[in-house]
Design a protein around this ligand. Structure first.
Ligand code: CU
Length: 278
């Protein structure tokens, strides 16, 4: 009894701690409409599992305790009980059906990129990403920007590792908050995976195929991900960084990118014109 009281006394102490831990012990905090839906589904299924756990282990431990040998319990001898067999077939079936319905709804929503506000074509390479903003005419590569010296020696004494070690790029994917962004994902060499957990997207990029996905960021911020498909020796060195900005900041970014692109093209034309005629 004393042990029971001790255990029961721990619950009110542990609960606030668990609540405080919050997202720290859970999957990353959702930051897009679809990842909120995925998160809610994950919690619903978790609660179902928890309820099954409590019921099954409750019955088991009660039975062990109430029918223990020292109390003189004698095992019953019976075979085939139709009622019990029907119940233990129908109950799990109903539980599975109840879980399948919200899961199907969420998977269908994940696969529905219709009515998008903008489209970005994502092409994976060994080992970088190319982004092509089909509506705004912006196009660039994004490569890892963690200094080479840090890679392979993160534990080297006296060499601090940068905050976003292996999760930072030279050019981030900038998107406007609240806009539905459709992604057309493909690859140029081998299979890669465009994976940003907080945006709820994990989609293979397969050479010769164009796969669709989408997200709608719910708040401004920087969301980091990585290639999710082992794609060669630098698979771990092709991160994804998505920056969600306000509509005005996004428009300013597009303008800046276009000016940069125009300047680069101008410089290329000039150098071609300077080349000696053959
Ligand atoms: Cu890859």
């Amino acid at each position: 009894m004393k042990n029971f009281r001790l255990t029961a006394g721990l619950v009110p102490t542990l609960l606030p701690l668990l609540a405080q831990a919050g997202y720290d012990v859970n999957i990353p905090a959702p930051k897009s409409t679809i990842s909120f839906q995925i998160f809610d589904l994950h919690m619903e299924i978790l609660y179902v599992c928890l309820a099954i756990f409590v019921v099954v282990f409750g019955v088991m431990f009660y039975s062990l305790f109430a029918h223990r040998k020292s109390k003189g319990a004698v095992a019953a001898h019976f075979h085939e009980n139709t009622t019990v067999e029907v119940v233990w077939t129908i109950v799990p079936f109903l539980i599975l059906a109840a879980m399948a319905m919200p899961a199907t709804r969420t998977v269908l929503a994940m696969k529905d990129p219709s009515n998008a506000d903008m489209t970005i074509k994502v092409t994976a390479f060994q080992w970088k990403w190319q982004y092509d903003y089909l509506n705004d005419g912006v196009k660039f590569y994004a490569t890892l920007s963690t200094p080479r010296a840090e890679i392979g020696s993160p534990e080297a004494p006296g060499k601090p590792v940068s905050e976003h070690y292996l999760l930072e790029t030279d050019n981030n994917v900038v998107v406007p908050v609240g806009k539905k962004v459709r992604l057309l994902i493909t690859a140029n060499d081998v299979i890669h995976g465009w994976y940003v957990p907080q945006l709820g997207v994990n989609q293979y990029g397969i050479p010769g195929f164009i796969k669709e996905s989408w997200f709608q960021a719910t708040e401004p911020g920087v969301f980091r991900g990585q290639c999710s498909q082992i794609c060669g020796k630098e698979h771990g060195y092709m991160p994804i960084v998505v920056e969600a900005k306000s509509a005005e900041d996004y428009a300013a970014w597009v303008k800046e990118q276009k000016a940069r692109q125009a300047a680069a093209e101008g410089a290329q034309k000039l150098s071609l014109a300077d080349a000696p005629a053959r």
